[in-house]
Write a protein that binds this ligand. Structure first.
Ligand SMILES: Cc1ncc(C[n+]2csc(CCOP(=O)(O)OP(=O)(O)O)c2C)c(N)n1
Length: 342
């Protein structure tokens, strides 16, 4: 995953003090591998969509650091994740597998999200605490607040994180959810993935403020704005928001600023609304390459380890693609399943 590799450091970890926000070395590698897996899945799914094998691809390229770091800052398997359609790296970090995802992309009978009923990129898992969502922008935000309210009423110390884009912060659902959560001190983290666009609408045409976290002020909750391409900045902000929520102090708005490198979806002709030079410039800040360079520079990742990760990731994506491609289609007799009570 390293494009222009820094020379591998010869220093041993124990000889230098590197601030990793308390994340142990083996977890750093796990985070990195999940980011690489997400990127490889996005690349594969993009090709499958353009070759007509699957209906649609939605890439989170540029969002990998913020999504994976935010999940690792929580208690996976215990806390709740309420995603939107761009959250595939976060879903992988929660424990979904490439096979789970490919079965849904190919709309196979075995698809565990919905038995091939959902729109692409609408991940869910009962066992991993990932809520199924709809495609309507921002509707998942009040759902996340509702789940977090249930945790509070049950006196559990579970936190819910709900994700959404910059465009979603213009929706009524966002405002109502923020207000309700702040008034009732609900243990929810609002994580805004600011990628500068809502399809073709740039952020400056969407809102008159520069820092989206200022929106928190109007509801009486803390709002923090961080570099969404920096694993550690996001990890710290979410960890603090989660601690606050578990202490009963209520919600936090975390805004992770990044850039959407790929078009909105595989059907989006983005050349009509943004300059390709802008994308070329932003690619230099690719969060996966940035994290790889950090790990390499500080002796957490050797070239051999990086090659092994790339091989594992490629094998997983190949296996998932082959499995889903040849998995059985849904059958007509199942069409009404999950729609009506029996
Ligand atoms: C209520 C609603 N309005 C419009 C749409 C069409 N739509 C789909 S994605 C999208 C842009 C959302 O942008 P943002 O929230 O910034 O997320 P991003 O896709 O950039 O990650 C819009 C307007 C929709 N799905 N739902």
């Amino acid at each position: 995953m390293v494009a222009t590799r820094q020379p591998a450091t010869r220093r041993r970890r124990s000889e230098e003090m590197v601030d990793t926000a308390g994340i142990p070395p083996e977890t750093l590698l796990e985070i990195y591998e999940t980011m690489c897996l997400s990127k490889a899945m996005d690349d594969r799914v993009w090709v499958l969509a353009h070759s007509g094998e699957i209906a649609l691809a939605v890439s989170c390229h540029g969002h990998e650091a913020l999504q994976v770091a935010s999940i690792y800052a929580l208690r996976r398997g215990y806390d709740w994740m309420v995603p939107y359609y761009r959250d595939s790296a976060a879903a992988l970090a929660m424990g979904l597998t490439p096979r789970d995802m490919m079965l849904a992309f190919f709309a196979r009978r075995e698809d565990s999200f919905s038995g091939a009923r959902q729109f692409p990129n609408h991940f869910s898992s009962r066992t991993l605490n990932i809520l199924s969502g709809s495609s309507d922008i921002a509707t998942q935000i009040p759902h996340g607040v509702g789940i977090a309210l249930a945790s509070k009423m049950r006196k559990e110390d579970r936190v819910t994180i709900t994700y959404f884009g910059d465009g979603a912060t213009s929706e009524g659902d966002f405002h109502e959810a923020m207000n309700f959560a702040a008034v009732l001190k609900i243990p929810v983290i609002f994580l805004c993935e600011n990628n500068e666009y809502a399809i073709s609408v740039p952020r400056r045409k969407q809102m008159a403020i520069d820092d989206i976290s200022n929106k928190a002020v109007g509801y009486g909750m803390p709002g923090v704005s961080v570099d969404g391409r920096d694993v550690f900045a996001v990890y710290r902000a979410v960890q603090e928001a989660a601690a606050r929520a578990r202490r009963g102090e209520g919600p936090t708005l975390v805004v992770a600023n990044t850039y959407r490198i790929d078009p909105h979806t595989s059907n989006d002709p983005d050349r009509f609304y943004r300059d390709p030079k802008e994308i070329t410039e932003q690619r230099k800040h690719d969060p996966v390459l940035r994290f790889s360079a950090f790990l390499n520079q500080h002796g957490f990742l050797t070239e051999e380890q990086d090659a092994a990760i790339a091989a594992r990731v490629a094998a997983q994506v190949d296996e998932a693609t082959d499995y889903a491609r040849s998995a059985p289609q849904p059958v007509p007799e199942d069409a009404a399943l999950y729609l009506y009570g029996n």
